[in-house]
Design a binder for this molecule. Structure first.
Ligand code: GUN
Ligand code: ZN
Length: 446
C-alpha cells in the first residue's frame, strides 16, 4: 500500500494525547526541558514501527489524501506514553509475591528456592509463562529483563510466549552451583551446556535477546564465574543480569566466600562480568570505588524500590547515580517486589527519595521507566520514546480510572501534577490498552 502524497505507508492511526522524553539526558534538570507533550495529536504506525507523530489537523489531512483506508483508534481522553520497561524481574516468583516476614537470605531459602524448584516441570513453566506475560501487559510493561530458574525449560517456555507476541524481551536461565538446595543447583558444566543451547536457540531471534544470569556471588563458584566469562567473551552483544549489594548480610557472606577480593563488585569485575549490557539489580550499599567501577565500565543499575522496602534491604541513592553518571532503569523485582505495576513502582521510588531528601519529579520517574530504562538496556535506538523509526510499543493510560483519581486529576493544573498523581494513586486499573509491535495485546475489561 502506497500513496502519492505520504512518504510512508500507514497501517494504523492513533489519535490522543502523547507524552514522551527525547534527547540525551545527563541531569534530572534536562529531563523537564526534553519532555514533550502533544495534546490531541496523531500518530501513524506502519506495522510495528512508529512512522509519524504530529498535530491532529496535519494527520487528518494526510489520511484524507491517502488512496487506501486506515483504521483510526480514538484515544482523545487518554494519555499515550511509551511502553514501560522493567529492567529487573523474576518470572518464577510470580506465585510467591508478598511472602511474609523475612529479609533476603532467609526469604530465598524459605520461599524462593522451593518455588523455583517447580519449574523443572515444563507444563508448569508454560502455564506460568503465559500468566506472567499477561501480568506484564496488563500493567503496560512491554519490555522486561527477566530471570528464569536454573532449569533451561523455564526459559524456553517464557521465550515461546514472548515470541508469539513479537515482544521485545530479554531473559536467561539462572546459573547457580552452590549454597542452595539440590533441586535448584547444577554443575558448572551443565550450566555452560544449557546456557549455550539457549543462546543458540533464542539470542537475536525476533525481538528476543539472551542474558547470562549468574544468580549472585554466593551461589556462584569460581569455576562457574569463569565459564560465564568465557561465554560472554564469545558473544559480545549478549546481556548479563545479576544482583549486587542488596543486603548487608549478603555482602558479609560474599566477603567470607571471596576474601581475596576488594569487595562485592570486584568479584564480578575480576571475572570480566562488568561492562555494557551488564545490569546489576539493587546496588544499595555501594562503596565509592564501586560506583566508579560501574561508571567506568558502562554497566547499568536496576532500581527496585518496592523490593528494597519489602525485604528491608535499604534505600537506593538516586542522587549518586546521577552524579556518577551510571545508566539506571526501574525494576519491579517481582516476587520480592510487591507489584507488577510500573506506576506503583514509581510511586514507591518517590518515597525512597523522600527518605533521603531527594525530590523525584514525575518527569524524572517516567524517564526512568521509559527512555532511561531503554538506555540502561542499550535499546534507546529502538524503544523508549515516540521518535519516528522506533518500535510501536505503547501504553494507553486512563488517568481517571477511579472516582478518587477523577476527583484528584480534575484538580491538577499541570501535566507534571497529573503524572505525579498517576504514579501516586495509579496501578493496573489505569492501563486502558497496551500495544506491542503495533498490535493491541491488552484491553482493559469494561
Ligand atoms: N539475590 C539473589 N537472588 C535473589 C532474588 O531472587 N531476589 C532478590 N531480590 N535478590 C536476590
Ligand atoms: Zn532480583
Amino acid at each position: 500500500m502506497t500513496s502519492n502524497t505520504s512518504p510512508f505507508t500507514i497501517t494504523r492511526a492513533l489519535r490522543g494525547n502523547f507524552f514522551d522524553i527525547g534527547g540525551i539526558i545527563k541531569t534530572p534538570a534536562e529531563i523537564e526541558a526534553n519532555a514533550r507533550y502533544l495534546e490531541d495529536g496523531m500518530m501513524f504506525l506502519d506495522g510495528g514501527k512508529i512512522v509519524w507523530l504530529g498535530s491532529r489537523e496535519e494527520g487528518e489531512k494526510t489520511l484524507m489524501e491517502l488512496s487506501y483506508p486506515v483504521p483510526l483508534d480514538d484515544y482523545r481522553d487518554k494519555l499515550l506514553v511509551p511502553g514501560f520497561i522493567d529492567t529487573h524481574i523474576h518470572y518464577p516468583q510470580t506465585e510467591m509475591i508478598g511472602a511474609y516476614g523475612e529479609q533476603l537470605l532467609e526469604w530465598l531459602n524459605n520461599y524462593t528456592f522451593p518455588t523455583e524448584a517447580q519449574y523443572h516441570d515444563i507444563d508448569y513453566a508454560n502455564k506460568m509463562s503465559k500468566f506472567f506475560v499477561d501480568q506484564l501487559l496488563n500493567n503496560g510493561t512491554t519490555t522486561a529483563l527477566v530471570f528464569g530458574t536454573v532449569h533451561p525449560q523455564s526459559v524456553d517456555a517464557l521465550f515461546t510466549v514472548a515470541a508469539a507476541l513479537n515482544m521485545r524481551l530479554i531473559a536467561g536461565k539462572v546459573m547457580m552451583d552452590q549454597n542452595a538446595p539440590d533441586s535448584v543447583l547444577e554443575t558448572p558444566e551443565e550450566s555452560e551446556r544449557d546456557t549455550r543451547t539457549l543462546i543458540d536457540r533464542w539470542h537475536n531471534h525476533k525481538r528476543l535477546s539472551y542474558a547470562l544470569t549468574p544468580r549472585f556471588v554466593p551461589t556462584s563458584s569460581p569455576e562457574l564465574l569463569a565459564k560465564v566469562r568465557q561465554i560472554r567473551q564469545e558473544h559480545p552483544d549478549i546481556y548479563l543480569q545479576t544482583h549486587l549489594c542488596e543486603n548487608v548480610d549478603e555482602i558479609s557472606w560474599v566477603k567470607s566466600l571471596y576474601p581475596e577480593h576488594q569487595g562485592y563488585l570486584d568479584v564480578y569485575h575480576d571475572y570480566g562480568l562488568t561492562g555494557s549490557r551488564c545490569v546489576f539489580a539493587h546496588c544499595i550499599h555501594l562503596h565509592d570505588a564501586e560506583w566508579d567501577c560501574l561508571h567506568d565500565t558502562d554497566s547499568s543499575i536496576a532500581f527496585c524500590p518496592t523490593s528494597n522496602l519489602f525485604l528491608g534491604s535499604g534505600l537506593f541513592d538516586i542522587n549518586t547515580s546521577w552524579q556518577k553518571q551510571v545508566r539506571l532503569g526501574m525494576g519491579t523485582d517481582v516476587g520480592a517486589g510487591t507489584s507488577f505495576s510500573m506506576l506503583q513502582t514509581l510511586g514507591e521510588a518517590y518515597k525512597v527519595g523522600q527518605l533521603q531528601k531527594y525530590r523525584l519529579s514525575a518527569f524524572e520517574a517516567f524517564y526512568h521507566a521509559t527512555l532511561g530504562g531503554a538506555r540502561a538496556l542499550h535499546l534507546d535506538d529502538k524503544i523508549g520514546n515516540f521518535e519516528a523509526g522506533k518500535e510501536a510499543d505503547i501504553v494507553v493510560l486512563d488517568p481517571s480510572a477511579t472516582a478518587l483519581q477523577q476527583l484528584r486529576t480534575g484538580n491538577c493544573k499541570t501535566l507534571a501534577e497529573k503524572l505525579f498523581v498517576l504514579m501516586t494513586l495509579g496501578d493496573d486499573r489505569n492501563i486502558f490498552r497496551t500495544l506491542v509491535d503495533g498490535k493491541v495485546v491488552y484491553q482493559r475489561p469494561d
